[in-house]
Design a protein around this ligand. Structure first.
Ligand code: PLP
Length: 419
């Protein structure tokens, strides 16, 4: 079956034909292609068309698809049984590896998605402090748990209001613009003894890539310390991507709790939250904060995650960042040559190319970018075999599997775009 027929069938079976809203390509007025295979930096659709991938399953596949070591580890694990619901060696080995790379995670708990990780970290922060309110940033996305769906980024930002989320649930969610430390200070001045935590994407990736301004993360650290609130870095995207030790290594700021997902599963469903021992020991069965999971610490996912983290430590992050910078710089100049002002935000191997003549530092500025032009760009890049996220408010990712030839072909595709 071709993609068009599959999508027609899928729409009769799943809302919008998809299992996650952005995949429907609604925000670029298009229909998705159905993927049959993925290898290295390339995707192959059901009609045999090949694409250079810049989505990588929305971040997890930093090594590229089907890395031989990761595949071998996953196959070997399956041969020992795919789920036990009991402690296993793999979860200890992965936790040890994570702790080595992110020392602030003195203890941790494995879950099955980023959503579960952030939702559990929030509950833990509340249980630990005995407070209910928390600060989140407009345009940051922390998964789809109720409390985070206030002014969320990514596809959640396109849904008007938050149907299905009782007002009382989000009445504890205090909002601030990203990079606006004064707004956070004001929340603390007004209700400091009621704020359990501040949760932040230390480099935001769900309103397009938005970098933290100088002093922003340190300011959050200082406010949380001053008021006895828990600082949570949501590193579901940035963990192991911006550096082997994530954004906290790159920016040199230590949170109290960290949430992870995506890369730590090596393409399998995994999340993780962890941090200070004193806080983590409030989790059941040691403490009273409850959280559990049938598939938590799944042996196949643990094996793939461990193989991924080990392989990443052999990889040259600085070179990938420099190669990505050369790519984004050239892309920008090609598009500017066609009369379209472009602002590129990049951190490591993540970037967003905004159709904007101004820098983007928060959701207001991201929202002003030219999405109609992005849709024209997206369609023509796809037609030339360059697979980009189907919305202008998302990140693009490069990987250790991209070749110089892949980047050259991407630039050729951009040169051919007509607005
Ligand atoms: N946190 C961040 C920063 C994310 O980008 C995402 C997903 O994109 C999540 C949490 C939720 O993760 P998941 O989709 O695995 O539930």
């Amino acid at each position: 079956m071709d993609s068009k027929s599959l999508f027609a069938k899928a729409r009769t079976l799943m809302p919008g034909g998809v299992n996650s809203p952005l995949r429907a390509c609604k925000y670029v007025n298009a229909e998705p292609v159905f993927i049959e295979n993925a290898k290295g930096a390339h995707l192959f659709d059901v009609e045999g068309r090949e694409y250079i991938d810049y989505v990588f399953s929305w971040g997890p596949m930093l090594l590229g698809h089907q890395d031989p070591a990761v595949n071998a580890a996953a196959h070997a694990a399956v041969d020992h049984g795919s789920s036990y619901g009991a402690p296993c060696l793999g979860e200890v080995l992965l936790a040890e590896e994570i702790q080595k790379l992110i020392p602030s995670m003195e203890m941790m708990r494995m879950v099955s998605s980023g959503t579960e990780a952030t939702m559990s970290a929030l509950r833990l922060a509340r249980g630990y402090t005995g407070r209910n309110k928390f600060v989140k940033f407009i345009g940051n996305y922390h998964g789809h748990a109720d409390a985070f769906l206030a002014a969320a980024g990514s596809a959640a930002g396109t849904v008007p209001g938050t149907p299905g989320v009782p007002e009382e649930v989000i009445s504890h969610t205090l909002l601030a613009q990203y990079n606006d430390l004064d707004a956070v200070k004001k929340h603390f001045e007004e209700s400091g003894d009621e704020i359990a935590c501040v949760i932040v994407e230390p480099c935001a990736g769900n309103m397009g890539l938005v970098l933290p301004e100088e002093g922003f993360l340190q300011g959050l650290r200082d406010l949380c310390t001053k008021y006895g609130a828990v600082l949570i870095f949501d590193e579901v995207i940035t963990g192991f991507r911006l550096a082997p030790g994530g954004a906290q290594e790159r920016y040199g700021i230590t949170p109290d709790l960290t949430t992870l997902g995506k890369i730590i599963g090596g393409g399998f469903p995994v999340g993780c939250y962890g941090g200070k021992r004193e806080i983590m020991e409030h989790m059941a069965p040691v403490g009273g904060v409850f959280q559990a999971g049938t598939l938590s610490g799944n042996p196949v996912a643990m094996a793939a995650g461990l193989a991924t983290l080990k392989r990443l430590q052999e990889c040259d992050y600085a070179t990938l960042e420099a190669r990505t910078r050369a790519l984004t710089g050239e892309l920008a100049s090609i598009l500017e040559g066609k009369g379209k002002p472009v602002y590129v935000a990049q951190a490591g191997s993540a970037f967003t190319l905004y159709f904007s003549d101004k820098p983007v530092t928060n959701m207001i500025e991201s929202g002003r970018c030219d999405q109609a032009t992005f849709a024209v760009y997206w369609k023509q890049m796809m037609a030339k075999g360059v697979y980009l996220a189907p919305a202008g408010f998302e990140c693009a990712f490069t990987s250790f599997a991209h070749s110089d030839e892949d980047f050259e072909k991407t630039l050729d595709a951009a040169r051919a775009v007509a607005f």
